[in-house]
Write a protein that binds this ligand. Sequence first.
Ligand code: NAD
Ligand code: DAU
Length: 361
Amino acid sequence: MKNVLVTGGAGFIGSNFIRYLLDVEKNVQVFNLDALTYAGSLENLKDLPDPLRYTFIKGDITDQSFLDAVLRERQVDTIVHFAAESHVDRSILGPAQFMHTNIIGTFTLLEAARKYWLQENDFPRDQIRFHHISTDEVFGSLAPGEPAWTEETPYAPNSPYAASKASSDHLVRSYGHTYGLPYSLTNCSNNYGPYHFPEKLIPLIILSALDEKALPVYGDGQQIRDWLHVEDHCRAIHLVVTKGANGSSYNIGGENQPANLTIVETICDILDELKPRTNGNPYRELIQFVKDRPGHDRRYAMDSSRIQRELGWSPRHTLKDGLCDTVNWYLSHPEWVLAIRKQQDYQAWLTKNYDTREKTS
Ligand code: NAD
Ligand code: DAU
C-alpha cells in the first residue's frame, strides 16, 4: 500500500478513516476523491496528522475519464471506496440519485481500476486492492430471536438505498470473479461518532435537543440497530485492506443492540448531566413519536465472528462511553455544528422530512 485513493473521504466515515490511516500507516500517500455533496465537507478534515501526505481531489465517481486520469497520475495501488448516497430516508423520497451514485459510480470506479491495474499495466495482484465499504442493510430485516447475519446470509435489501448498495456489492464481486480484480468487502452496521452528519438519528437527536426542538422517533421506537463506534469501524477496514484475503468479505457489528427509543433516552440522560436545560426539566420530555419510515427494517444484528477469528478484531468502545464521547464532541465543536446548520440543503431536508410528518403521540 503506497498510494491510497479514498473515495467519499469528506463524509462521516471516510474522514475518520483518513485520519486513522495517516496515523497508523506512516509511509502512504492518501488521495481523497470527493464530490462534496451536501454530506461532504472539508471541515471534517481539519487537523489531520501529517497533512503533507494527504491530497484532496474534488471530483465525481461517475466521471470515467476523470477517474482514469486520477488513477494514472497518482499511481494508485489501493482504493478504499466509501463514496455513496447514504441516507435511507432520502432514498425513499428520491431514489434516482442513489442508483446513479451507488451503482453507476461503483461501476465506473471498477472500470477505472480494471483498465489501469489489469489492462494498461500488469500489477502484481498482491500489490493492488479494491476495498468496497458496504452495509448490513443489504441483508434485509430480522424477526425477534432470528440469528445474526453472517457473510453467507443471502441478500434481501428492502430500501432503495439498501438495494443500490447490494447492487454495488454484486458488481465488485463480479469484477473479482470475471477479471481477477483483487478486492475485499466489508458489510458494517450503524456507525456513530465525531463528524456524523445530523440527518442520522444520533446527531439529529443531540442537535435537536440542544435546540429545544422535538426529538422525532419513528413508529414505536422499538426498531433495533447494531451500533458501532466509527473508530472501531476504521480499525476493521484497515485490517481487512492490509490483512484480509483477496476476494473475502467480512461482517462488522458493534454488539450493541438497544431499541431506538433507548438510544434517544440515553442521549437525553447524558445531556441532562452535561448540559442541563435552562428550565431544569429532563430532555426526555422533548421526545415525539412520529409516523414511521415506509418499509422500516425492524431489526439488524451482525455476526462478526469471521473478522474476530481471522483478523483478531473486536470493538473497543462500549455504547455508553461512545455515546458520552460523541455528545461531548458535538458540544465542543460549535463551529462545525454552525457550518452545517447554515447549509441550505440541510434546512430544506429537515423541512421536507419532518415538518409535515404526522405526530403520533
Ligand atoms: P456520508 O453520506 O457521510 O458521506 C458520503 C461521502 O461521499 C460525502 O463526502 C459525499 O460528498 C461523497 N459523495 C457522494 N456522492 C459522490 C460522488 N458521486 N462522487 C464522489 N463523492 C461522492 O456517508 P457515510 O455515513 O460516511 O458512509 C460512507 C460509506 O459507508 C457509504 O458507502 C455507506 O453506504 C457505508 N456505510 C455507512 C454506515 C453508517 O452507519 N453511516 C454503515 C455501514 C456502511
Ligand atoms: O445499518 C447501516 C446503515 O445505518 C448505513 O448503511 C446507512 O448509511 C446509515 O444511514 C444507517 O441507516 P439507518 O437508517 O439505520 O440510520 P438512521 O440514523 O437514519 O436511523 C437509525 C434508526 O433510527 C432507524 O431505525 C430509523 C430511526 N430514526 C431515524 C431518524 C433519522 C428515527 O426514529 N427518527 C429519525 O428522525
